[in-house]
Design a protein. Structure first.
Length: 192
């Protein structure tokens, strides 16, 4: 029976990648921009079932974004039979506590809605240093920017179809998509 995992890199700009046995099926990238003098979010999805990316533009506020992400990801969870291991990268703790709290709430809003699809009914939250150590034995002392560069270099060759899906969406959000794929690979590697 195939094993599915979805990895998520949560933030104001972020990504989700659904992997089936080390092969990417679906990628989702989101980012904030200004439209009609208002901050809105754009979701871009690509899948191995479609030659073109799908763009949803104009989602207002973090709760609108959370609902958009849930809707896109849940449809693929249903496609996969509803049993998908869910994993998310822990929120990066910056110097602004207000931003950290907002991102933690947002991450919880997205991931908690997806937990019913996980066979254990509980998502895995993992620090970037942990999943990178599991995949490449990368030291936790590796500078953040260097670790991200290694991720963008190595992940596409580790996940079948990921380079094609990145091309489909124009390589937008490659950093976040590679991190999300790394989180999914970590979940597959540590799931018994």
């Amino acid at each position: 029976m195939p094993v599915f995992a979805i990895g998520m890199d949560i933030g104001r700009e972020g990504a989700a990648v659904l992997i089936k046995d080390r092969s990417a099926i679906f990628v989702l990238h989101w980012h904030q921009h200004v439209k009609n003098k208002q901050k809105v979010y754009r979701l871009t999805t690509a899948s191995t079932n479609s030659p073109r990316a799908c763009v949803t533009d104009g989602l207002i506020g973090s709760w609108g974004l959370a609902e958009g992400i849930y809707s896109a990801v849940a449809s693929y969870c249903m496609f996969a039979g509803g049993r998908i291991h869910i994993a998310a990268e822990d929120v990066y703790l910056g110097v602004n506590p207000g931003t950290t709290i907002a991102l933690a709430k947002f991450g919880g809003a997205v991931v908690s809605r997806l937990e019913p699809f996980d066979p254990t009914k509980e998502a895995t939250w993992v620090r970037p240093t942990i999943w990178r150590k599991e995949l490449w034995n990368l030291s936790s002392r590796t500078p953040r920017e260097e670790a991200k560069a290694i991720s963008m270099e190595r992940i596409p060759s580790m996940v079948e179809h990921l380079p094609q899906l990145l091309d489909t969406i124009g390589n937008k959000g490659k950093e976040h998509i590679c991190d999300a794929a790394g989180v999914a690979l970590y979940k597959l590697a540590t799931t018994k």
